[in-house]
Write a protein that binds this ligand. Sequence first.
Ligand SMILES: [Zn+2]
Length: 109
Amino acid sequence: MKRFNKKEIRCLGGTYLLSFAPLDSDIDLRGESVGMSNMLVRTIKIALDVPGEQQKDTLLHELVHIADWETARPVDRLDEADVVRLSKALYAILRDNPGLAEWIASDDQ
Ligand SMILES: [Zn+2]
């Protein structure tokens, strides 16, 4: 499995420290602990002992939490089901369109 090798992720003006480690929070739909983010100290932790596809899905999930935290008023924040729905949809779109994320992020017209 090819692991994302950057240790920092820039997210809406903040830099989050990314690590892969055993976890005990942010439960997935099967009740497994797969990811955790802390917006106050800007860390993202992803479970080390799950398949790579689940790590990617989880990282996207945590980034949706962070985007929500950084952009929404507290009363308007998404609930966990919203985050799951949006992150799963974005993950499916990215998986169905290889190169899409690179094109969006590029300077190409
Ligand atoms: Zn979550």
